[in-house]
Design a protein. Structure first.
Length: 258
């Protein structure tokens, strides 16, 4: 027998009055809609990448500035290294700029399968996810990257001169920024879990010790550098975001029951 009181059961089998009155679609209509949304997403990324490529030199100079402050100089180790680096930077930046469009297309495809109560939180969750993602990028560029570069340059001072490969530098900084943006999505995941009643705010707060250990481990995996300072600087905000997200879930759930 199905336990109707279980949060998982309630999520899988919602009440009929909470179901929307949307028109039902066949599997082929769903596939056609998915194809159209994929094409729109790819098109948006392509346009953003072309726009970034047109300003690739300015983008590269902007992303190089944290290293220039540390006295680092760059060189290309092969004839086409700088050209392929501009393609890589344009690709990453285009993907980052077009990410709200991709997120919108995903949400628009999923919406028909959501209940009425779940749809109410869709707008705030999409907006919060975008803000947190770009906040992660800004935090990575302004705090994590300078700290990591300062560590590497100071460690090598007096032994080797800091003349770095342009390709390897951008591999480092772009991965660090992208992974930090993804890591800042923790509160969004918590809100989704809280709204589906799969996990309560109290349950999230009760495992804070494991979260601290997990945040340190996640920071070690997400940061391409091996220095402890960068890992601690990322682990701190992750712990703060988790605790803030858990507190918000608890507050929302308390408001629903009152």
């Amino acid at each position: 027998s199905q336990d109707s009181s279980s949060p998982i059961s309630s999520w899988l089998y919602p009440d009929k009055e909470d179901l929307p009155d949307d028109k039902e679609m066949t599997i082929f209509e769903h596939l056609e809609e998915l194809r159209e949304r994929l094409l729109l997403s790819v098109g948006a990324v392509g346009v953003a990448m072309l726009g970034c490529f047109a300003f690739a030199k300015d983008l590269i100079m902007y992303l190089e500035s944290p290293a220039h402050v540390q006295g680092v100089r760059f060189l290309q180790l092969s004839p086409g290294e700088y050209f392929f680096t501009t393609l890589k930077v344009s690709g990453y930046c285009g993907l980052l700029i077009a990410s709200p469009v991709i997120l919108y297309e995903i949400i628009a495809f999923v919406v028909p399968g959501l209940t009425l109560s779940e749809r109410k939180f869709l707008g705030p969750i999409v907006l919060g996810s975008s803000i947190l993602f770009y906040a992660g990028l800004a935090f990575s560029y302004s705090v994590l990257t300078p700290a990591a570069l300062n560590f590497f340059v100071s460690y090598a001072e007096g032994v080797v001169e800091s003349i770095w490969s342009i390709d390897q530098y951008f591999e480092f900084i772009l991965v660090l920024m992208f992974s930090t943006g993804l890591a800042f999505q923790v509160p969004v995941i918590q809100l989704l879990l809280g709204q589906t009643k799969l996990v309560t705010g109290d349950q999230m707060l009760s495992v804070w010790r494991y979260v601290v250990v997990g945040a340190v481990a996640a920071a070690a995996v997400l940061t391409p550098s091996t220095d402890p300072l960068t890992q601690i600087l990322l682990a701190g905000p992750l712990i703060g975001l988790y605790l803030g997200g858990a507190s918000l879930v608890k507050l929302l759930q308390a408001g629903e029951t009152s």
